[in-house]
Write a protein that binds this ligand. Structure first.
Ligand code: MN
Length: 593
């Protein structure tokens, strides 16, 4: 494997990307079938937007599906993505929207997500920061700095006369989303319109009191980092200017979501770990046996992302706000500034000041993610202790130490903070690292990936680019100004289609470890289907994957813990606005879309 697979530092410099996708990491027929199904739905959706009744018939859709396979030749992920962008740009959704209805009418064959009519509600806007696609930016602040001159009067207009910035700060009730990473980002024009991207600051607060149902409310937005006469503080009192400022935040959040939280800090964190694992660990090494199911499809989908999705002229160039160079630079910056040892979930939440559930009661991502983190940690720890009985046994495993060194090495995976000086010295530190790998491949990716369909496909929820500048005064705007900020219909169609494809395909499942040894041989499809049916029971228990009978007991405990988390989250959802992205049944084991 070391001869066949290396690191390429040239395609997204200086990040380490796999030099190739080895045959055993290429997509399974089952994955391709799921993608083909989603593509069929999108093609029928496109025809229905064109209102071409004859061409929108399912028969035609099926026919098109066959054409995809023929056209794409190898039928790999990159070919599929090329086809998607080609036919959408060929399609019938053109021009500026005349009302928000133009966005809902893009949902024909693709089902329209619930809740699209309440998107502009202030409470929904606040909740998107803690239960939306990007719950990774919000942080607690003790006080505001000079960049954001909000007054007590502005805070009191929302929270009532008894409150103040000082008191809210002291009580841990002030929260900020700071999009400084977007400062100076150059906005693009591709494919056909001038786009805008700001680096806003948005202030939120939790109302005073002891009630556990206290939720975040928005207090103020400033559209750029430096205050000034043409960059005023907007508040909910400002009518249309406030609604436009919220759009500025949504666009910033969407760009940070895709470049940083999603691509940079899940997909591209796993990439060098997968490569180093394949290169340094024998397939029979216990760490490799545990991790391989969490790597399924990752190199392939990342190869597609690199060659098509984030290539010049690709989907990201079209729908995101920055020039493609800007967007790619953001991805690189997000991934390079990621420090593995600081990303352990409880520590990372504490560092952002959002771990305390008394101060911030409503944070569904945090609450559900912590349950999964603990369950994964217990499973990984129990599994590793079957093979490593002491710190000395970790230190004495040359294969493991070579893996640890290569993930962080300058001529290896270039991931910061992996192990201590590129080594693991204790079972605990190894268990932490492997927990973060499994968590990132499963729960973390699910939390940022799967909102792409139910939330982001309805473009006003999170437009990925603005098409008018941020508001620069507090009055004098009308409804048309609000609509003019939003994407044209073709780009909305593209955002919907990408969101549906990437956000609806749930392949593999956390806690299920199928036998990966079945060869991917199309001519042997029937045989493999039969053998799959025969081994379903074993696969569910994970026995087919783990040859060691000692694994069965801790694995059964992990599966039981996941079932318990499923009902805990169901119970929570009965008592809150539902947050479903971390239901274990909806969390794939690996990043494969
Ligand atoms: Mn993804």
């Amino acid at each position: 494997m070391r001869a066949a697979l290396g690191y390429n530092y040239d395609v997204m410099p200086p990040l380490a990307i796999a030099s190739t996708v080895p045959p055993d990491q290429q997509p399974s027929l089952a994955w391709l079938a799921e993608v083909a199904e989603a593509m069929l739905t999108l093609q029928v959706n496109s025809r229905k937007i064109e209102k071409d009744q004859e061409r929108s018939s399912p028969t035609h859709g099926e026919h098109e599906g066959i054409r995809i396979r023929i056209k794409s030749g190898a039928l790999n992920a990159a070919a599929i993505m090329q086809h998607l962008t080609d036919y959408i740009m060929d399609g019938g959704a053109k021009g500026r929207p005349s009302s928000l209805d133009d966005y809902t009418e893009l949902f024909q064959e693709v089902k329209r997500p619930a809740g699209t009519t309440v998107y502009d509600d202030d409470r929904v806007f606040a909740r998107m920061r803690v239960a939306g696609p990007n719950p990774m930016t919000i942080e607690r602040v003790a006080a505001l700095d000079d960049r954001l001159p909000v007054t007590d009067a502005q805070l009191q207009a929302v929270l009532g006369p008894g409150d103040s910035l000082a008191r809210a700060g002291e009580e841990g009730r002030l929260y900020l989303t700071d999009y400084a990473i977007l400062s100076g980002a150059e906005a693009g024009t591709f494919p056909s319109a001038r786009k805008y991207l700001s680096a806003p600051l948005a202030l939120f607060a939790v109302p005073a009191g002891r009630s556990t149902s206290r939720a975040l409310v928005p207090i103020a937005i400033q559209c750029e980092q430096k205050p000034g006469p043409s960059n005023p503080v907007f508040t909910p009192q400002d009518g249309l200017a406030w609604r436009m400022a919220k759009n500025v935040v949504r666009v910033a959040d969407g760009n940070v979501h895709q470049a940083s939280s999603h691509l940079g800090r899940t997909h591209l964190v796993l990439e060098p770990i997968v490569v180093a694992s394949l290169r340094t660990l024998a397939p029979s090494h216990p760490v490799s046996v545990l991790l391989r199911p969490h790597f399924v499809g990752t190199l392939e989908i990342n190869d597609m992302a690199q060659k098509k999705l984030i290539a010049p002229g690709g989907g990201v160039d079209m729908v995101l706000a920055g020039t493609i160079e800007t967007s790619r630079a953001l991805v690189v910056k997000a991934r390079e500034s990621f420090v593995f040892s600081e990303a352990m979930l409880p520590q990372a939440l504490r560092a952002r000041g959002v771990l305390d559930a008394d101060a911030l009661p409503d944070f569904p991502y945090r609450d559900d993610a912590l349950l999964l983190w603990e369950a994964i940690r217990e499973w990984v720890d129990a599994y590793l202790r079957l093979y490593y009985t002491s710190a000395a046994s970790v230190q004495a495993d040359p294969e493991l130490q070579r893996w640890a060194a290569e993930v962080g090495a300058a001529d290896g995976g270039r991931l910061r903070g992996f192990g201590r000086d590129g080594r693991f010295d204790t079972v605990e530190s190894l268990a932490d690292a492997i927990t973060l790998i499994v968590f990132t491949a499963s729960a973390q990716h699910a939390a940022v990936n799967f909102p792409q369909y139910p939330i982001m496909s309805y473009v006003p929820n999170m437009p990925l680019a603005a098409y008018q500048p941020a508001p620069d005064r507090r009055d004098g705007y009308g409804e048309p100004d609000l609509l003019e900020m939003l994407p044209p219909r073709d780009m909305a169609h593209m955002q919907l289609s990408l969101g549906y494809l990437l956000g609806s395909l749930q392949h593999t499942r956390l806690g299920v470890y199928p036998d990966l040894s079945t060869p991917r041989d199309p001519s042997g499809l029937l045989g493999s289907v039969i053998s799959t049916l025969e081994t379903v029971a074993d696969e569910v228990a994970g026995r087919a994957h783990f040859a060691d009978p000692l694994v069965a007991e801790p694995l059964a405990r992990f599966q039981k813990a996941l079932a318990g988390i499923e009902s805990t989250i169901e119970d929570r959802n009965a008592a809150r606005v539902p947050y479903t992205f971390l239901l274990p049944s909806r969390v794939p084991a690996s990043i494969n879309i």
